[in-house]
Design a binder for this molecule. Structure first.
Ligand code: CUA
Length: 317
C-alpha cells in the first residue's frame, strides 16, 4: 500500500490538486514566518548586552510603536486573511455535489465498523472493500455510516468527508489517470479504526465497464462436490447470517461484507492482508487473532468442513 503521507503531495485528481496547492501556500507562509521569527530572535540574542562598560545597566532600546503595530498586528492579520482567502478559493473550486456535472457516476459508500460497503445503485449491485471508478469522469459519492461516525479520505484524489449514521454527505471524486489509490478512514471509530482501509482503483472507462459487468453477475453456481458441501457449511454456520452471496440464496444481509465475487478481490479484512487460501482459513477460524476488534466471530469447523468452505468461497469469482 502506498504511504498516505506522500499521497497528499502527489495529487491525481482536480480536487486533490487544489488541496495540495493550498497546502503549499500554507507551508510557504509558515516557513516565511518561521525564518523572519528565527532571524529576529537571533539578532536579539546576539545584540550587545544593555550593560555599559562601567557595569551600570543601560536602558534597553525601546521598540517603536509603529514597528510593533506592523510586525505584531498588521503582518499576522495579512497572513491570516491571505490563508483564509486561499482556503475559501480552494473550497469553492472543490465541488461537493455533481449538480452541473452531466454524466457523473453515482456510488454509495457506507462505513461499518470496520469495513466499507460499496453500492452502485445505477448498475444494480453491491460490493465491499473495493471501489472502482472510471478515469476522467466525476463520481458523485454518497457517504453514510451504519454505526458510528467514519470519514472517507483518499489523499491522492480529494479531501475528507464525514460519514454519518444519521445523514448522507456527498463529495465528488475524480481521477485524472489510471492508478490505485489507498484510502484510510479519517475519523477515530473504535479499535479497528487504523485498519479501516480501502483501495480505490481508477481505470479507463472500458476496463471499468468490464469490471461492472463482472460484478453485476450473480455468484457462480457451485458444481463440484466439495463446493456444494462448502455451500452447506456456509449456510449451516453463522456465515449466512451476516454475508450475502447474490444468486446463492435469498438474503440481503449487510452486517458483513457482500461475498458474491469475493475470490476476485485482491485482499481480505478490508485490505488487511492478501486474499490467499491460507489467510482465508486463518481469518475464518480466528479473525480476532489477526485483526483486533473485528466483529466477525471465529468459526469452529472440522478440517473437512473448513476445506469445503474454502473451496466454495474461493470459487466465488
Ligand atoms: Cu472508520 Cu475510523
Amino acid at each position: 500500500m502506498r504511504p498516505l503521507a506522500d499521497g497528499i503531495l502527489d495529487p491525481q485528481g482536480p480536487a486533490a490538486e487544489r488541496i495540495a496547492g493550498l497546502w503549499w501556500i500554507m507551508l510557504g507562509l509558515g516557513v516565511a514566518v518561521f525564518v523572519v521569527f528565527g532571524i529576529s530572535l537571533a539578532l536579539g540574542l546576539f545584540r550587545r548586552s544593555p550593560h555599559s562598560d562601567d557595569g551600570s545597566i543601560r536602558q534597553a532600546p525601546r521598540v517603536s510603536g509603529r514597528w510593533f503595530a506592523i510586525v505584531g498586528v498588521v503582518l499576522p492579520a495579512v497572513i491570516v486573511v491571505a490563508v483564509l482567502a486561499a482556503t475559501v478559493v480552494a473550497m469553492r473550486a472543490v465541488p461537493n455535489s455533481t449538480s452541473g456535472s452531466p454524466g457523473a457516476l453515482e456510488i454509495e459508500v457506507i462505513g461499518h465498523q470496520w469495513w466499507w460497503e460499496v453500492r452502485y445503485p445505477g448498475e444494480g449491485f453491491t460490493t465491499a472493500n473495493e471501489l472502482h471508478i472510471p478515469v476522467g469522469r466525476p463520481v458523485n459519492l454518497r457517504l453514510s455510516a451504519t454505526d458510528v461516525i467514519h470519514s472517507f479520505w483518499v489523499p491522492r484524489l480529494g479531501g475528507k468527508t464525514d460519514m454519518l449514521p444519521d445523514g448522507t454527505n456527498t463529495m465528488i471524486l475524480e481521477a485524472d489517470a489510471p492508478g490505485e489509490h489507498s484510502s484510510q478512514c479519517a475519523e477515530f471509530c473504535g479499535i479497528g479504526h487504523a485498519n479501516m482501509t480501502l483501495t480505490v482503483v481508477a481505470e479507463p472507462e472500458s476496463e471499468f465497464v468490464s469490471w461492472v459487468e463482472a460484478r453485476q453477475r450473480p455468484a457462480e453456481e457451485p458444481t463440484g462436490e466439495m463446493e456444494l458441501r462448502g455451500l452447506d457449511v456456509f449456510m449451516a454456520s453463522e456465515c449466512a447470517d451476516c454475508h450475502t452471496v447474490r444468486g446463492a440464496f435469498e438474503d440481503d444481509a449487510t452486517e458483513g461484507p457482500d461475498l458474491t465475487h469475493f475470490a476476485d478481490r485482491p485482499d481480505l479484512g478490508a485490505t488487511f492482508m492478501p486474499n490467499t487460501r491460507a489467510n482465508l482459513a486463518d481469518w475464518i477460524t480466528d479473525p480476532h487473532a489477526i485483526k483486533p476488534g473485528v466483529k466477525m466471530p471465529g468459526t469452529e469447523l472440522s478440517e473437512e468442513e473448513l476445506d469445503a468452505l474454502l473451496d466454495y468461497i474461493e470459487g466465488l469469482e
